[in-house]
Design a protein around this ligand. Structure first.
Ligand code: PRT
Ligand code: MG
Length: 211
């Protein structure tokens, strides 16, 4: 049995064509079903539906043999026990620093003042501002980061940006582009040894589907 961990939403949607290229069709729709283990047309392949941030954990501890997860999630989680053979070029976005549009970020940074930064991405933010030599106090949030500068809780946020519509709707502007993000295939290192043939077959199919 090969078990693949996926999150609902954009990663699931964008993974379906890759699975199809590997001859795998998921037989249930996670948006409609309450089932957390989905069957496929291949009797020996199943899909687990987990929270996006939990995908690396399921693969690391062998709850799943492989999974697909954003580079953002992977950098925050750490890649211990995970083999990362492929950048799948799906669920693309960027991770950026944003501030209220009426704030002079360049001046704030130049003056050397401490910045309060709200984010779900504490590890990425700590590393980014340390490299820049900017002192920051980080506030960990789990969602709706955009609110923090609006209510005076933070000077800036670090969050994912795709179209930029969410920032715009909340009167925020992007002031630093930290890195580009896409989703990665992650494979449990022990599973890769024990189930080498079927895992390689899926990896190769994904790779050729990427073109
Ligand atoms: O939603 P949940 O709390 O369950 O988990 P999650 O938010 O981690 O999962 P999900 O499915 O929303 O995101 C999974 C992965 O998709 C992320 O880890 C990224 O690698 C990738 N991805 C790609 C994105 C986006 N694009 C994206 N735009 N994840 C989130 N967003 C959000 C962003 O946080 C912001 O709130 O969309 C909003 C910005 O979008 P624009 O288009 O308005 O700029
Ligand atoms: Mg989300």
């Amino acid at each position: 049995m090969i078990t693949i961990a996926l999150s609902k939403g954009r990663i699931f949607e964008e993974t379906l064509p890759l699975l199809k290229a590997a001859g795998i069709e998921v037989l249930e729709d996670p948006e409609k079903s309450r089932k957390l283990i989905l069957t496929t047309n291949q009797p020996d392949v199943r899909v687990l539906v987990v929270r996006a941030t939990d995908v690396p954990t399921y693969v690391q501890y062998g709850g799943a043999d492989m999974g697909i997860t954003g580079k953002d999630t992977l950098l925050e989680h750490g890649s211990q026990g995970l083999y990362q053979p492929l950048d799948l070029q799906i669920a693309k976005c960027r991770i950026s620093v944003a501030v209220r549009s009426d704030v002079d970020y360049a001046n704030m940074v130049k003056k050397g003042s401490r910045l309060t930064v709200a984010t779900k991405y504490v590890a990425i933010s700590r590393e980014f501002f340390a490299t820049k030599g900017v002192h920051v106090d980080l506030i960990k949030l789990y969602g709706s980061m955009e609110l923090a500068p609006l209510v005076g809780m933070a000077d800036a946020i670090v969050d994912l940006v795709s179209t930029g519509n969410t920032l715009k709707a909340n009167h925020l502007v992007e002031v630093e582009h930290i890195m580009d993000i896409s989703s990665r295939l992650v494979v449990n290192q022990a599973a890769l040894k024990l189930k080498q043939a079927p895992i390689r077959r899926i990896m190769d199919a994904f790779e050729s589907a990427l073109g």
